[in-house]
Structures are given as C-alpha cells and as structure tokens.
Design a protein around this ligand. Structure first.
Ligand SMILES: Cc1cc2nc3c(=O)[nH]c(=O)nc-3n(C[C@H](O)[C@H](O)[C@H](O)COP(=O)(O)OP(=O)(O)OC[C@H]3O[C@@H](n4cnc5c(N)ncnc54)[C@H](O)[C@@H]3O)c2cc1C
Length: 396
C-alpha cells in the first residue's frame, strides 16, 4: 500500500468512482449547505437541518452503501467501506458523519439488521435506511462504561413484555433519534437464577416513561449526546431484538469488525492534520523563511507521515483479512490501539506546528485535536485494547 495524502484506488474503478463522487459531495454541495445554514461543530442540530442531508445521501447512494443490494446498498467489501470512511474522517464538514450514516443512520444501526424480525425491519430499520428515522445506541451508564456488566438499567417482566428502569448516558445521535437500541439487564427474582443476563430492546424515544435529556457536551463541543431516562417504560415482545439474554452479544456486536471499522475515521482525521501541517509549514514565515526550513519541523512532519503510513497499512491489512473470510481478532485490538494512539500523536504535532493558530477555538486543527483525543476512549479505550491483546497472547 503506497503512502499518499490523497489516496487513489485506480486498481478498483468502482471504488475510485465512489471516492470521487464522495469528495465532490463533501467539498461541493455539503459545504454549500453548511455555509447556507451557518453550521459549526458546536451548533445544535435539528431534524430539519439533518433530514435533507440523510435523504440526499440516500439519493446519491452513500447512505447504507455498505449493505447488500436487496437493502438498497452496494454490497461493499470492508476495505471499500473503510476507504469511504477515511474520506469522511478527513473532511472538515461538520455533518460529514451523517453522509454514510455513522451519526444516527445505517452505519450506527450496524450489524443489528441481522437480528431484526420482519416487523422490526419495517418499523425501525428500513425507515433509517430511507433517511426517515434515526437511531442511537445506548449501552453506557454513569457507572458502567468499560465495565458494561456494571449497568443498573433493568428490564422486569410485565405480562408479555417488560418494564424498563434506568439511566443511560452518552447516546450519540440521541438528541435527534427516533429510537434507541438499548441494552438492559434482566431482573432476576433470586441469586439462584444463574449468571446475569442482558437483552437488547428497540425503544421508541417518545414512549411513555422514556425521557431524552441533553447529554454532556464532549470536548469537541458537539451537541450530539443524550441521556435516555427510563421510568417504568413498557416494551412489548415485538421490541425485543434477538433473543432474551443476547443483549451483550448484540450490543458489543461483531466487535472485531466494529473495532476495525472505527479506525479509518481516525486515519482520515490524522491524514488531514498532516496535510494542514504541510501547507502551514510551507507558508508560515519565521526569520524570513518558511517554517518548513527548520529541521525540528521537518522531523515532526516525517514522524507524522510515518505513523500515518504504519497505522493505515496495518488497518487495511486486517480489513483485507476480514474480506478474505478470516477473523483478525488480535490484529483488530492492535489496530484500534495503534491508530488511536498515533492519530492523537499526529494531531498533537499538528497543533505544535501551528503554534497559536492551532489552539484557536473553532479552528480546524483544534477540532481535529479534540476529535482524535476522544478516539483513545471511544469504542473501547486504549487500555481495554491492551487487555485484549495480552489476553490473546497469553491464551493462544
Ligand atoms: C463522545 C462519546 C460518544 C460516545 N457514544 C456512545 C454511544 O453512542 N453509546 C454508548 O453506549 N456509549 C457511548 N460512549 C461511551 C463510551 O463507550 C465510554 O466512554 C467508554 O466505553 C469508556 O467508559 P468510561 O468513559 O465510563 O470510562 P471507564 O470505564 O470508567 O474507564 C476509565 C479509565 O479506566 C480505564 N479502565 C477501565 N477499565 C479497565 C480495565 N479493565 N483495564 C484497564 N484499564 C481500564 C479506561 O481505559 C479509562 O482510561 C461515548 C463516549 C464518548 C466520550
């Protein structure tokens, strides 16, 4: 895999054409739309702002593009999907995460399509694909993050259904979602009932007993997190996703796949930070010469490019293994760890190279730095990846 700041895919004409269309949309129509609405990373997004983007991305074929053709997708390989995600990650557009459906759309729904009944497909998932509904995913609680089994949200049997009580936090896309894929612990009558069991439910966020409150604002300044508060919220059997007790399997999902598919987004951000740093160091003058003439700056650029190349190579190598039908488990932990740590190191160098303009609130470099910092915690922190690598090493 060659090193390139603008990767090309000439050996795969279908992918190259998709990438060209995606770049054109991000830099053209979507850029104009954001300017017209005056959107910034810190805007409060409404459905009226987002729905036209979801529907347009569906029309253009981006929304749900990874899905099989019978669901209106283009049956992409993991490698092809990753290449598109990398472009989205490299884009300065504040709505870029809506284009392939990471934020409330088909990519957020992820692998749950395979568990859905006909009713659930019709009521919940197909409308998400059409850009008519949005979903969020609710696993985390204040005292249950990495340790998901520490959750307190409980589902207690009531007739043919269940009553849910609990408080979920950090449900991304929650402020504008219609429903949540929510994981709850099944109430048991006694300690003799066996080990804890968890189930996944599709919760309509306007149900009686369900409140969506503004969540904490992360360091990126985005207003995209919600708390989901359940107070005796009734769910019927048609809202149970998969079988009883399958909740953590569904919630943590095809972890190897999900872990790997989060990497290209961070790689895209890292690539953009390197690109901006190169431009800046060539134009910024110090002592009558471009910054790029300083060896200390050149060495930073060299480290950034090398880290990006290494992180990208290992990610695409593991994705190729997935496409070949293998299950690169230890490699997926390694990729998430390495990509997160190196993308953040690249962002940190980028801020340093930009000096004061790199720390200005709202600048693109500052926003990349915040996003890439969070990636070391999101979707499994770096420490959790190290636990996974060590476990695999010690048990194989
Ligand atoms: C912007 C953002 C968006 C998010 N979106 C969602 C979402 O849509 N849905 C959702 O359900 N959740 C979401 N989360 C929650 C995210 O998954 C959790 O933040 C993450 O799992 C870590 O949990 P925690 O923050 O509670 O940290 P903790 O689990 O409390 O960990 C704190 C520190 O201890 C370390 N640590 C914890 N356990 C171990 C261990 N066993 N071994 C070694 N080190 C350990 C961690 O690595 C970390 O450094 C989001 C979080 C953020 C910040």
């Amino acid at each position: 895999m060659p090193f390139a700041l603008t990767p090309s895919y000439e050996d795969n004409p279908r992918l190259q054409s998709l990438i060209d269309n995606l770049r054109n949309y991000l830099n053209g129509e979507l850029a104009e739309y954001e300017t017209k609405l005056g959107l910034t990373q810190e805007s409060h997004y409404t459905r009226e702002m987002l729905e036209p983007v979801w529907r347009r991305c569906r029309e253009l074929g981006f929304y749900g593009i990874h899905l099989p053709t019978e669901l209106g997708g283009q049956n992409l390989t993991y490698t092809e999907l990753a290449a598109l995600k990398e472009e989205v990650g490299a884009s300065p557009r504040v709505l870029s995460m809506s284009v392939l459906g990471d934020m409330g759309g088909p990519l957020r729904a992820g692998s749950i399509f395979q568990y859905a009944t006909e009713y659930q497909l019709e009521k919940y998932l197909l409308p998400v694909l059409r850009g008519e509904k949005a979903c969020c995913f609710s696993l985390t609680e204040n005292d249950a993050g990495s340790d998901v089994r520490g959750m307190l949200t409980t589902a207690t049997p009531d007739g043919v259904g269940w009553r849910l009580n609990g408080h979920k936090v950090f449900s991304s896309a929650g402020p504008f979602a219609d429903f949540s894929v929510l994981i709850a612990k099944m109430a048991s009558d006694s300690e003799d009932d066996g080990p804890d069991s968890y189930s996944a439910f599709l919760i309509d966020l306007d149900s009686p007993g369900c409140t969506v409150a503004d969540g904490d604002v992360p360091m990126s300044g985005q207003h995209i997190e919600a708390d989901i508060i359940l107070d005796d919220c009734y769910v019927g059997p048609e809202q149970l996703l998969g079988s009883l007790g399958e909740g953590l399997r569904i919630g943590l999902g095809r972890v190897t796949v999900n872990r790997l598919l989060h990497c290209p987004t961070a790689l895209g951000g890292a690539r953009r930070a390197l690109e901006l740093s190169l431009e800046y160091s060539k134009t910024r003058q110090v002592q009558g010469a471009p910054l790029a003439m300083l060896q200390s700056i050149q060495h930073k650029l060299a480290d950034m490019a090398t880290d990006y190349y290494a992180a990208r190579s290992m990610t695409y190598d593991a994705l190729a293994a997935l496409d070949a039908g293998r299950r690169p488990r230890i490699e997926a932990f390694m990729c998430k760890l390495f990509v997160a740590e190196k993308a953040f190191a690249i962002a940190d160098h980028a801020v340093q190279i930009h000096g004061k303009s790199g720390v200005v609130r709202g600048s693109e470099i500052e926003s990349l730095f915040q996003r890439l910092r969070m990636f070391r915690i999101l979707t499994g922190s770096s420490e959790i990846q190290k636990n996974g690598i060590a476990r695999q090493l010690l048990t194989s």
